[in-house]
Design a protein around this ligand. Structure first.
Ligand code: ME8
Length: 662
């Protein structure tokens, strides 16, 4: 069986993870989970891109070393991937020695082929893209992507003889129509190559933050050469490395359309020069806007993936991202659309189906799954359901194989809706009234539960948590993605014998109007920065130890000197754990200007401990220390509150811990 190797871009560490990064990574995770569920050997790779001028400048602006900045942002990426249920096999940082060694070996290989030479670069450079531009590519003298002024570079640099590979690359496109997808992107790239490839400047002597050019300590390797090599260094290098041999030629690079040229031109030319096989496919997905607008910093707050996952559940967010837009098309993230999808597809269609079926099984079959009769009269309604389920199973598989997760979910929902319809057609409540229909009633319930079992398997790649909950309720064992056996349903009724059925919390609670309004208000406030600010002081359980401050009279005013007595500063959450026996309290370890302190905070209902790691919060540092539930608390962190609950106050750009809040 062909192994499956899927990569995401490695993300720059000058920015915290946002919806765009989350999209690529959720799609990648879903495809990887699908292939694992088919018993294939799978490797799903992600990581961070930590070198280059952009990172060096972002770190300097914050008074940090580039590595300090990277360490901080990497912990944000790791925690966000945890919040979204991402199961990557590896997370590579380009600052790791295992990576640098491979980049240098690849450089040497290109040099041995006679493809590296020293020359003079004199031209434009966009730091935001980390990309060289010719005069004709600039738009009104600005970067064509960022519409911002470019830098002028004039320096001695090493060049890669990319022009030598123009014909070989075009030939590869010719022979491998699946190499760049979707087709529209392929055509764009082919015409770019046909317009003529120039040699590429691949080193910088004016920059020190990068991997050294072998044999010349005065140059560092161009960040894109460094970054692209991650796809191979993560496999342990090239030529003999076992993981490389197993996975490399099957590689699928999933990327945003912004970085297609690097992946579909520069990278393959390097591989051609090195005599290495090219990846199987480079798939460029589209671009997300937020409520119709480009994703600016403030809009990013309103679509912070960790926050959204916390608010609506991570599977609901995954569903929206996967389903809303076909992979390859641009999409718009609208908060109202997210709520609508949750209510219509998840709560109404799937949640209700599960709920109704379990309720009927509890009422009519003592909470057990009736056996499906192998023989006996075949009812056309049952036959139609089985035929549809088989068709849907195959369609879901082929859509996942063809990198069409939105269509896979669309197909799966055909089965969800048809199963709901099956209940309406067979009317079990009516059968229950006629004793002579007893065995038919059992069969109807058995077919329903079997359809749900199939749905639970087909749902696993996209919504792993919900699929696992469904299986628990259905009395079925969890799927084992690591087993390397195909777990896709083969025949109707061929599943394991179920244990007793269980009832529990609804799979997807409907978002009622009150909650909808509260959520929208909270998200809007995140985008505009205007919410009532309250202290996330320990509440209820803590009240015995720390009396709640009396509410201020509206007419009360304070002077600036009063305010100056409050020592407010920025702190970062380094560790978080629940306080035993207190369901509202978390014990937080904060880092403030290099010093750790412990704070007990009443936010456990709004945040799980792992959601807080790496968050920068506002700390009232000179609050008199106290002991709450036996735990010492030295300060208080701030949060805003509304009908939907609490939201931590934080800062809208990364700012060092210990910085004063005024
Ligand atoms: O480019 N919509 O990193 P990066 C959809 N380090 N996807 C988006 C998006 C949006 N609005 N914004 C970002 C880099 N993305 C390099 C990559 S790979 C060898 C080096 C996603 O942090 C999309 O996948 O700027 C895009 O390609 C990626 O984030 C860029 O992330």
């Amino acid at each position: 069986m062909r192994p499956f190797y899927l990569t995401t871009p490695i993300y720059y560490v000058n920015d915290v993870p946002h919806l765009g990064h989350a999209y690529t990574t959720v799609v990648g995770d879903t495809l990887a989970r699908y292939h694992r569920s088919r018993g294939e050997a799978v490797r799903f790779q992600t990581g961070t891109d930590e070198h280059g001028q952009k990172i060096e400048a972002a770190a300097a602006a914050r008074g940090l070393t580039p590595l300090q900045l990277a360490d901080e942002v990497v912990s944000r990426f790791r925690s966000t991937w945890g919040e979204l249920g991402i199961a990557h096999d590896d997370f590579l940082r380009t600052t790791e020695p295992r990576h640098a060694a491979v980049v240098q070996r690849l450089w040497q290989r290109l040099a041995e082929r006679g493809d590296i030479y020293l020359g003079e670069y004199d031209g434009a450079y966009c730091v935001a893209c980390e990309e060289y531009y010719t005069e004709t590519q600039l738009v009104a003298g600005n970067c064509p992507v960022h519409a911002r002024p470019v830098s002028r570079l004039k320096q001695t640099s090493y060049f890669f003889r990319m022009s030598r590979y123009q014909d070989a690359l075009l030939e590869h496109f010719e022979r491998h129509p699946e190499f760049v997808q979707p087709e529209m992107r392929r055509n764009e790239i082919v015409s770019f190559i046909r317009s003529g490839l120039r040699d590429l400047s691949v080193s910088r002597s004016t920059l020190s933050w990068g991997i050294r050019v072998p044999g010349d300590d005065t140059h560092v390797i161009y960040v894109w050469i460094d970054a692209l090599t991650n796809y191979i260094s993560a496999l342990g290098g090239f030529d003999e490395a076992p993981a490389y041999r197993q996975f490399w030629p099957q590689a699928i690079h999933l990327i945003g359309k912004d970085i297609l040229r690097f992946h579909a031109v520069y990278w393959p030319c390097m591989l051609l020069s090195a005599g290495l096989p090219l990846p199987r496919t480079v798939f460029a997905h589209g671009w997300w806007t937020v409520n119709g607008q480009k994703m600016s910093k403030s809009l990013m707050n309103a679509v912070d993936p960790g926050m959204l996952a916390g608010d609506v559940g991570r599977d609901a967010l995954r569903y929206f991202l996967l389903r809303e837009t076909p992979l390859g098309h641009d999409g718009d993230f609208a908060h109202e659309a997210l709520i609508q999808r949750i209510n219509a597809d998840l709560a109404n269609d799937l949640g209700n189906l599960l709920n109704r079926s379990l309720a009927m099984a509890a009422k009519y079959c003592d909470g057990q799954t009736p056996a499906l009769l192998a023989t006996g009269p075949t009812d056309p309604t049952d036959q139609a359901l089985i035929a549809l389920a088989e068709r849907v199973r195959d369609a879901v598989a082929s859509h996942f194989e063809r990198l069409e997760p939105s269509r896979a979910l669309e197909a799966l929902w055909e089965l969800v809706r048809a199963t709901n319809k099956y209940i309406d057609t067979t009317a079990p409540y009516r059968l229950a009234r006629a004793p002579e229909q007893r065995s038919r009633l059992d069969q109807v319930v058995a077919h329903l539960l079997e359809a749900l079992r199939w749905i639970s398997v087909l749902l696993t790649p996209a919504l792993p948590d919900s699929a696992a909950t469904m299986r628990r309720y259905l009395g079925l064992p969890a799927l084992e993605p690591q087993l390397e056996v195909d777990q896709w349903p083969a025949r109707w009724g061929d599943g394991p014998t179920p244990a007793a059925l269980q009832r529990g919390e609804p799979l997807f609670p409907r978002i009622d109007d009150e909650r909808r309004q509260a959520l929208i208000a909270r998200w809007t406030a995140r985008a505009t920065g205007g919410a009532e600010v309250v202290a996330a002081a320990p509440t209820v359980e803590a009240s015995a130890a720390t009396p709640a401050p009396a509410p201020a009279e509206p007419s009360d005013t304070i002077t600036i000197d009063d305010f100056a007595r409050c020592e407010l500063c920025i702190a970062e959450v380094r560790a978080a754990a629940r306080v035993e026996g207190a369901d509202r309290l978390l014990r937080l370890t904060l880092e403030v200007g290099g010093v750790e302190r412990q704070v007990v905070s009443g936010i456990a209902k709004a945040y799980a401990p792992e959601q807080l790691l790496g968050k920068r919060v506002l700390l009232l540092a000179n609050l008199k220390p106290t002991t709450i539930r036996g735990v010492r608390s030295e300060g208080m962190i701030l949060a805003a509150g509304d009908g939907a609950g609490l939201a931590l106050c934080t800062v809208d750009r990364d700012i060092p811990t210990g910085a004063k809040v005024r």
